[in-house]
Ligand binder design. Structure first.
Ligand SMILES: [Zn+2]
Length: 296
């Protein structure tokens, strides 16, 4: 297990680089000081296959999140070390991980491959960009991102698996309950009790081979970057994060298609503009996570 220490200048870069596009309600700098360092831990253990989540009276009961991930993922884990700030809260989740949504990339390098940033509309509107797009052409070091493995950014429960419908194409949504996220991160995200973070991965090559209700670990394989969905010219991963009520799932979802059923349309509108699921910049989550690795 490797530990990498980062000094404050690295932290400052993260904060400065995030300042231009963050419209968040939370000041993520408030818990930092000049003695802070980032401690990152690259897990190198294998994880088990996903497990089905049991249900009690129809309510899904999440399994305990695993603390191990695939060695290919280069993901980051919070290391619990005595600290003046909120160590008691983090210690309940001492192996909490946030993983890169793309194999071969780390959370640090994601910003280099944003091909279309988060560009939120006013609340309740469907236009503009509810997520962030990742592709390689901006960085230019690889020809195409098509076929690159997509990975779950956090452990959670599959909340939707959509078989190539407009606009998302092949798509999967995963729910991570706030119960599995360290409290300091929940607070910075504005995640209240009873709420979850939902993460959506769209335009995949094929329908994800998972079922609603299955448990996925951080970094679990979800599918490959593709071109399915509405008006996709270049392959990219469209990635959304939303805060919504716990325990929700979608059997279907479609829009921009005259053949879409009313149930599909209703699900789309519920996700997009109904107000229950509030989108936020996925990069905000990554930056909060990185900053929470700070120790005095
Ligand atoms: Zn997009």
């Amino acid at each position: 297990m490797n530990q990498l220490l980062f000094n404050f200048s690295a932290l400052a870069f993260v904060l400065i680089s995030s300042a231009s596009c963050e419209q968040s309600q939370v000041d993520i700098t408030q818990s930092n000081n000049e003695t802070d360092v980032l401690v990152r831990q690259i897990e190198t253990q294998n994880h088990d296959e996903s497990d089905l989540i049991p249900t009690i009276n129809g309510t899904r009961v999440p399994a305990a999140p695993t603390a191990t991930i695939d060695p290919q993922m280069q993901s980051l884990a919070i290391t619990v070390t005595p600290t003046e700030m909120s160590v008691g809260e983090i210690s309940n989740n001492d192996h909490f991980l946030v993983c890169s949504p793309l194999a071969g990339e780390t959370i640090d390098t994601l910003r280099e491959i944003i091909s279309d940033p988060y560009h939120p509309p006013p609340p309740g509107r469907d236009e503009r960009h509810h997520g962030v797009d990742f592709a390689y052409y901006r960085r230019g070091d690889r020809m195409s991102i098509e076929g690159v493995a997509i990975q779950a950014i956090m452990p959670g429960i599959v909340a939707a698996v959509i078989d190539n419908r407009l606009p998302y194409g092949n798509m999967i949504i995963i729910e991570t309950s706030g119960d599995y996220i360290p409290n300091p991160i929940n607070e910075l995200l504005g995640l209240m009790p009873g709420k979850s973070v939902y993460h959506l991965y769209a335009h995949m090559q094929s329908k994800p081979g998972l079922r609603v209700g299955e448990w996925v670990a951080c970094g679990d394989y979800l599918g490959q970057v593709g071109t399915t969905g509405y008006n996709i010219v270049e392959p990219h991963l469209h990635f959304e994060t939303r805060i919504g009520p716990e325990g929700q799932a979608f059997d279907n979802m479609a829009y921009y298609d005259t053949r879409a059923t009313q149930a599909e349309i209703d699900a789309y509108l519920r996700w997009r503009v109904g107000g229950e699921f509030q989108h936020f910049d996925p990069m905000h989550l990554f930056e909060i996570y990185l900053n929470q690795l700070i120790l005095p």
